[in-house]
Design a protein around this ligand. Structure first.
Ligand code: DGT
Ligand code: CA
Ligand code: CA
Ligand code: ZN
Length: 582
């Protein structure tokens, strides 16, 4: 196990001990041990473990040293397994109910025998919780509501939905007279595909009216915390939001801290320590008699500069090598939403879309795009009203006519989203495919194939000379269904070998291929197309979610063909088709 994994186990032990009613000193020993580990270099931990010198580290006693050593060597620990079994999963699950901590759970367990969420619901319904000392009728009501809503509220939320809500709140916050700065932090700011909760950081002269405004927002169903400089709320959609107010001089530090990720923060704190400074959400301060005073910091740019780093965009702050790259001045120039010049995977009302060709073209023009590819479904996708050959060829004629009319605001490309049949062959014959500007190949059937079959199926499709790009590689739907079993690495290899583009499907439910694959894939020469998979004009705007994901994948405009100018796209498509443009 690495140090963060070990730290997680130590924190779990602390929680389990607390649930058992162990003495607070013991609990705290595990918690601070976890923090010590977080601040350590991986290599130092390995060296100390190998030399048997862990106990020389401040904050790590004999019991902890022994457990860390075992976890480091074996990845397991009989002690924690026994502890988990003794406490039971029911009590641990109760920690997820809002308003319950280890102390209250212990009371419920000891006095009412509550040992699961279901048992809590029963005890509340029977009115027994209200009679308990330290609980009362109001608490009982709150706990019951928490249990009831857990199913709906327990899940994460799509970045797209969270960003919409956050945008409205930020606009409101910034309009308040007391507010000097307001930003969203956390996973939303990092552009993660799903968001657990919203985190707002505000610098204000006078916090009270800002907190009051925040908890009174329309759509707030419940105020779960309400303090002088903090508040937490839950919206009707189940999304929760934390608000933190800080003095202006602390803003940059707090914003950075709560932007995360945790992994990034841990690495940055180590870097600060190496300079003799302690970095926290409050500021940068000299530690242990160090006499180098940190420079003044008024912005995140200043903070990174103080640590000898170029500014790291929030999307890259995942602890995946961004600090090393910033140190060497090798951060990529990331693409931005404004770089987008078109997209290739879009549907019209001819298949399962909801707008006409002309409407889609107008919407693309309104976005300032230069070109739009139309890729309606092919005949085997009958559930999506896939086009048969005659209707496809009629659409091609319509597209050519629009392009020639002088009234089309963008250049339209005639394509198809051609089904990859279960054996890897394509849904249209070669002579039909040859009439198109490009071909997106996608899987829409036989999701249950085993990994070897599915991988071979995709590779066969990529080897087809007509294939231009691969649609939604894994077929995942975020928060709804996993992708099908497929060896992504081998599919990427085949795409590179055959000069086929892989799409970054920008539909907020998909964001497929996942950002975690892109950096390495692009280094191997893979090209990306950010495609909204739009089924109506509004759907074109989903490209913004795709740009986020591409930025998280370290991609720049050169690697994303949908940022290329029209002339370059035309030349590239012509070369792919092995002939002059149509
Ligand atoms: P989420 O809400 O689950 O989508 O993910 P985040 O990243 O927004 O996480 P959240 O809301 O729990 O906390 C916001 C940030 O605050 C997180 O990315 C990093 C920082 N943070 C929170 N807890 C810790 C911690 O225990 N240690 C460190 N180093 N940073 C933390
Ligand atoms: Ca969050
Ligand atoms: Ca949070
Ligand atoms: Zn599709």
């Amino acid at each position: 196990m690495n140090k963060n994994e070990i730290a997680d186990v130590l924190l779990e032990i602390a929680t389990l001990l607390e649930l058992q009613g162990e003495n607070p000193f013991k609990v705290r020993a595990y918690q601070s041990g976890a923090r010590v580990l977080e601040g350590m270099e991986e290599a130092d931990l390995a060296r100390l473990v190998a030399a048997g010198e862990l106990r020389s580290v401040k904050g790590i006693g004999e019991a902890l040293a022994e457990k860390i050593t075992t976890l480091h060597a074996t990845g397991g620990l009989p002690f924690v397994e026994k502890l988990r079994a003794a406490v039971g999963p029911g009590l641990v699950e109760l920690l997820e109910v809002p308003g319950l901590g280890p102390k209250k759970i212990r009371a419920l367990h000891e006095r009412l025998g509550v040992d699961s969420v279901a048992a809590l619901a029963a005890a509340c319904t029977a009115g027994k919780v209200a009679e308990l000392e330290g609980f009362g009728a109001k608490t009982q009501e709150k706990l019951l509501a928490g249990v009831r809503n857990r199913e709906a509220y327990g899940r994460r939320h799509l970045w797209w939905d969270a960003a919409e809500l956050a945008g409205a709140i930020l606009t409101g916050l910034r309009a308040l007279p007391a507010v000097r700065r307001a930003e969203a932090a956390g996973s939303l700011r990092r552009g993660l595909e799903t968001v657990g909760d919203l985190d707002f950081i505000v610098a204000a002269e006078d916090p009270a009216p800002v907190v009051a405004w925040f908890v009174a927002q329309p759509g707030v169903r419940e105020v779960t915390a309400h303090g002088d400089t903090k508040a937490s709320v839950r919206f009707e959609t189940g999304l929760q939001a934390d608000l933190r107010l800080v003095p202006a001089e602390q803003f940059a530090f707090t914003l950075h801290h709560f932007t995360g990720s945790k992994e990034h923060n841990v690495q940055l704190r180590q870097r600060a320590l190496a300079r003799g400074w302690s970095l926290s959400e409050w500021g940068l301060t000299p530690v242990g008699g160090a006499d180098t005073r940190p420079p003044p910091v008024g912005s995140e740019e200043d903070l990174f500069r103080a640590l000898g780093l170029a500014f790291i965009p929030p999307e890259l702050r995942e602890g995946r090598g961004e600090i090393e790259a910033a140190e060497r001045g090798e951060l990529p120039r990331l693409l931005t939403a404004g770089d987008t010049r078109g997209a290739f995977h879009n549907h019209t009302a001819a298949s399962d879309g909801r707008n006409t060709l002309a409407e889609m073209a107008a919407a693309a023009g309104a976005l300032g795009w230069e070109y739009l590819g139309i890729a309606d479904h092919s005949k085997s996708s009958f559930q999506a009203r896939g086009l048969h050959e005659d209707r496809l060829l009629a659409q091609v004629d319509e597209i050519r006519a629009l392009n020639g009319s002088g009234r089309c605001p963008v250049r339209l490309f005639a394509g198809t989203e051609c089904d990859i049949l279960p054996d890897g062959s394509l849904d249209f014959a070669d002579d039909i495919l040859a009439r198109l500007d490009y071909v997106v190949v996608s899987v829409h059937s036989a999701f249950g194939q085993d990994e070897a079959t599915m991988t071979a199926r995709l590779i066969r499709a990529l080897e087809h000379p007509a294939a231009t790009m691969l649609g939604h590689l894994t077929g995942r739907l975020l928060l709804r269904r996993e992708g099908y079993a497929v060896d992504v690495g081998r599919v990427i290899d085949a795409a590179v070998a055959n000069g086929v583009v892989i799409e970054l499907n920008a539909n907020p439910w998909r964001l497929d291929l996942d950002w975690r694959h892109w950096r390495r894939a692009a280094e191997r020469g893979l090209l990306c197309a950010i495609n909204p998979d739009a089924h109506d004009t509004a759907g074109l705007e989903h490209v913004r979610a795709g740009v986020n994901a591409a930025r998280k994948g370290w991609l720049g405009p050169e690697q994303v063909i949908t940022t290329w100018p029209l002339a370059r796209i035309e030349a590239w498509l012509a070369r792919r088709r092995g002939g002059p443009p149509v």
